[in-house]
Design a protein around this ligand. Structure first.
Ligand code: MG
Length: 161
């Protein structure tokens, strides 16, 4: 069953959003590195690579389903934040927006009675639970423990392989 034109268009929009996310996290990694938080910087670089991987997974799926994947214009991303805490709040808010977008795609697949697309989007629904929880945990630790949390988390996040 070939994917619907409507879902193809929406999926291409999501591919652009994932690429925008990759740029956002790359920009945040530069910001952290400049601010002396190399651990967060390296973690964010890996987050960025994951977002690029999401875009590629979506493109591969779209092509397998008889659609056409494209790279659209990617809007500019912010380059600086007032504090690291503000930056992580922005991460959390961004991930919540991504979750809404994924949920909408899933709703569209349901409306299309497109089971393969439903199944495909569910993995991203699950992925978003983890993404939101990680960001929200960083924000609440910074709020509770301030600077101390920042230094400890920076060391911990720098260990990610
Ligand atoms: Mg993603």
């Amino acid at each position: 069953m070939v994917i619907s034109k409507k879902l193809e268009k929406a999926l291409n929009g999501q591919i652009a959003a994932e690429m925008w996310s990759a740029n956002l996290y790359t920009s945040m990694s530069f910001f952290c590195a400049k601010e002396g938080f190399g651990g967060f910087g390296s973690w964010l670089k890996k987050q960025a690579a994951e977002e690029t991987e999401h875009a590629h997974m979506m493109a591969d799926f779209l092509i397998q389903r008889g659609g056409t994947a494209k790279v659209s214009k990617i809007d500019e991303v912010p380059g600086s934040w007032k504090t690291l805490s503000d930056m992580f709040k922005a991460v959390y808010e961004h991930e919540c927006r991504v979750s809404e977008m994924i949920n909408k795609l899933l709703d569209m697949a349901v409306a299309d009675k497109d089971k393969a697309s439903e199944d495909f989007f569910w993995q991203f629904v699950r992925e978003q639970v983890e993404e939101e929880a990680t960001a929200s945990d960083i924000v609440s630790k910074i709020e509770k423990f301030g600077e101390t949390a920042l230094f400890q988390l920076d060391a911990k996040f720098g260990e990610r392989q």
